[in-house]
Ligand binder design. Sequence first.
Ligand code: IVH
Length: 674
Amino acid sequence: MNSLKTADASRIEQLRRELTHHNYRYYVLDSPEVSDAEYDRLMRELQELEARHPELATEDSPTRRVGGAPAEKFEKVVHRVSMLSLANVFDDEELSDFDERIRRQTGAASVSYVCEPKLDGLAVTLLYQRGRFVQGATRGDGAVGEDVTANLRTIRSLPMELFPEDGVAVPGSLEVRGEVFIRKEDFRRLNEKREQEGEPLFANPRNAAAGSLRQLDSRITASRPLSLFLYECVPGEGVPTFRSHTEKLEYLKSLGLPTNRYARVEGVEGVREQYRQAVEGRHALPFEVDGMVVKVDDEDLRLRLGQISKSPRWAVAYKFPPEEESTVVEDIQVYVGRTGALTPVAHLCPVKVGGVTVSRATLHNEDELRRKDVRRGDTVFIRRAGDVIPEIVKVVESKRPADAQPFVFPAECPVCHAAAVKDEEGAIIRCTGATCPAQLVEKVRHFASRPAMDVDGLGEKLAAQLVETGLVKGFADLYHLTKGRLIELERMGEKSADNLLANIQRSKQTTLPRFLFALGIRHVGEATAKTLAEAFPDVHQLFEANLEEISRVKDVGPTMAQVIHTFFHEPLNRQAIEDLLAAGVTPAAPQVVRTGTFAGKTVVLTGGMGAMSRDQAKEEIERRGGKVSGSVSRKTDLVVAGEEAGSKLKKAQELGIRILDEQAFLQLLQEDAR
Ligand code: IVH
């Protein structure tokens, strides 16, 4: 018994070390040594071991990166050394002034500078004690920030433990500072997912990063793709004194902390050249930058320069020229999405911004529209945020036409005229029309999309034609389309009609996760569809499931459970599903491969166990695909007999059923976990 526990404890230690190492290879060095599947396997093994030995769980285990229970509010953290901000310079003249002031004050003939990308995110400070990450906080007002430790733990590129190179000692206490941000590609995917799930979109990566880090529920933070770079550190116990900033950055790197690229240059000319290159290369970077930070390299000079008010004299942010243009709002239209969300969009007189022609800009929702007070005929500044979505920065009020009226958000759906109401979360106004054709077009397009039913050739245009002509009033109608009807549609030849019909036929053989995703249930993305399908392998089980059973599914929170429950209890939705099944759609349940000792077996537990309660044992068996029964019969495959087992053990012996003592049972559980 005890030896087993010790074995588990050392395996836990080993797994944590391995996972920490792989995290570092993957997230910091961007050079993984193992496949994702191998990584997942190690993570699962650790999760299972920790579940079995709650007393061995630690706050900084790699498993904690999925987030924990929500906090009531953030605790305040008083910064030991205040967190400064940077003064800005906007042009070459201001840069020269900065350099001149430094040379005048220090008497240096020429100064070495370090140039770093100015990340557009959120400043944080992290404390490592004896090499372990123990606390992290936001900048706040510079003197006092918020304790966001639990959220920071979910950031994969943030090492839970320092990982020093050979010959580098772990400092007793290290406080490092840097920026939490979201990469452009991650931002694009995050918004894409939110769109699919009917959630409001983030306006830009900065907002998404800040909003994600300041979540009281760290599980939400865990689901957001946050990244981190460190760029400063505060003097501390066991931390060397640095002669230069370069030395400091190299030290951080040698401890396994993620640092960004930087350039060390000579004098203001060197800075100018770097800036020129940075402006040119800014769009090629994988993250959003809004300027270049210029820092004096020499630490001695820094000390002599000191700070003024809340900014150091030894650094500035050299801002990039804004990629903004002005144009005129020709119209404002309200679009209806798949989930009925009404989104106002400004139609613009086309203009080039940062090399791309922009003719539309989303206004997100009614609140945003009202806050910016954009009107038809207004002259506005637009900017491309996150290099993806053009947004309206502000209205030039002096150029507003005298007769411009405030935009009135419609009280009804512009397409089906059903009432439009604010949803529970308060930001989105939705069309309530159950048969709204605009929603139907989006639903059909989503239904047919690649990750859903994967009907090649059925895009936005065709979906709109099918709905407008009345050929499709519900999903199932797709499966009753005929060639004769299809070729009557505009731009539909015989060949494309044949292809489309073949693709529709082919989509009938599908999987349950795809099918559930295709239904377009709000909040249910691909991942949730998969876990739902695993928990309810037949769609009819979802008709029967109560709220509690649904919320027990992995990663399904209370809001989501409510939406799913309502969806499957709505008669119209049930009918739509029955129609699809009747039309021949066959969603195959996911194959959960069960090969272990307990898979498909009936187990009886008898007598007392030392290591776990009867309920825990039952849970362990069920997780491995087994069933626990209360009485021994010929159908019983295994009997686990603990201390003082009585009549059940006797019966099992009579029937010749395999009997395990506690030790053997625990051994099997452990083997089966891998
Ligand atoms: S140094 C005293 N370096 O810009 C040092 N800041 O406007 C202050 N920032 O609050 C920070 N990238 O959030 C520094 N490479 C970088 C930075 C950077 C982005 C942010 C940071 C800071 C703000 C100051």
